[in-house]
Design a protein around this ligand. Structure first.
Ligand code: CO
Ligand code: ZN
Length: 332
């Protein structure tokens, strides 16, 4: 699965420009499903039919945080805005790569009076150009962070673990899946990082009976990190709450009971900030019972997001069990 993940994270896909990663996913999964389509917003939907079964929508988002050019000055320096939760602390000295192949470095205006981290408005991208004609990008061009995949053995690092690791979990699950008690909609969504926009329309179109997102969550296991119980390598996390949703308690219980029965390690997750596509599913139409299977990840939204391959493997194992285990309503 490491090779699958490596290939996925190296494909650039800023919000709204997910085409390259969508093409790759489509090529891999088309032979594994009964039906596949792309909706008008760009979400990729793959269906495993099952007559008279409740419909489960699984979602992982294809996009990663990135940036967009807003202005190029006479010297060829470009200003930009964030696409998603780009943090200034991770920017200065970083490198970016545009969809047209252009590469540049992020510089910052001098501010001798302050040791504070400057806002993105004070930063610019230097392409080594010396005039506006020389600059390889134009207003509206989009980029992602330029940082190669790093293999540390059990743990791996990339600028796009959020949420290519979720995409990898869904693809691997499809590859190993035999039977399910659900009709399955595997949704690879667009524009999560700018406000769960893809999942919002996908959930409306799919009309699921039950929803499950696979995405990263933070950890509390680094020096003076968040006060949070999730740790890398201790198993996938079952979300109970984040800033965007209270996971349906019936879904949480279904997930926990299934993990315990299968003796798959799991962690109980409360994330005090952030949210996922699950929020959009939960609030679609007249409401959908929804949960989240989370992959613990250090340094989310930094250019070096770290996950543990054992958690990724256990997420696939748990998901496969869940797809064979009946609807949570029946557990009430
Ligand atoms: Co994110
Ligand atoms: Zn995410």
């Amino acid at each position: 699965m490491k090779e699958l993940l490596r290939t996925l994270v190296e494909i650039p896909a800023p919000p709204g420009y997910e085409g390259l990663v969508r093409n790759q996913i489509r090529e891999w999964i088309e032979p594994l499903v009964d039906e596949i389509r792309i909706d008008p917003l760009g979400n990729l939907l793959a269906v495993r039919n099952q007559a008279n079964a409740p419909r489960l929508m699984l979602v992982a988002h294809m996009d990663e945080i990135g940036l967009m050019i807003t202005h190029v000055d006479q010297q060829g320096f470009a200003r930009f805005v964030a696409l998603g939760g780009v943090m200034p602390i991770h920017c200065v000295g970083g490198r970016v790569r545009f969809l047209n192949g252009a590469q540049g470095v992020i510089g910052v205006e001098k501010n001798p009076a302050s040791s504070e981290i400057p806002p993105l408005e004070k930063m610019f991208i230097d392409f080594g150009a010396s005039s506006v004609e020389d600059c390889p990008v134009r207003v509206g061009d989009v980029a992602v962070f330029d940082r190669p995949f790093l293999d540390l053995g059990k743990r791996v690092v990339s600028k796009a673990m959020d949420d290519r690791v979720g995409v990898a979990v869904l693809i691997e699950t499809l590859r190993r899946l035999e039977q399910s008690v659900f009709e399955l909609y595997f949704v690879f969504s667009v524009q999560e990082e700018v406000g769960v926009r893809g999942a919002t329309v996908a959930a409306f179109g799919v009309e699921p009976d039950l929803g499950l997102a696979v995405d990263v969550t933070a950890t509390g296991d680094t020096p003076k990190g968040h006060r949070m119980e999730v740790r890398l390598g201790k198993g996938p996390a079952i979300k109970i709450r984040d800033a965007g949703m209270i996971a349906d308690p019936r879904v949480v219980r279904w997930m926990i009971q299934t993990a315990e029965k299968a003796k798959i390690p799991y962690q109980r997750e409360i994330l005090e900030f952030g949210g996922t596509d699950a929020r959009a599913i939960q609030l679609s139409r007249s409401g959908v019972p929804t949960g989240v299977l989370s992959i613990p990840c250090r340094y989310i939204h930094a250019p070096s997001e770290m996950v543990d391959m054992e958690d990724v493997e256990n997420a696939v194992r748990l998901l496969l069990r869940l797809l064979r285990t009946s609807h949570p309503f029946e557990l009430m």
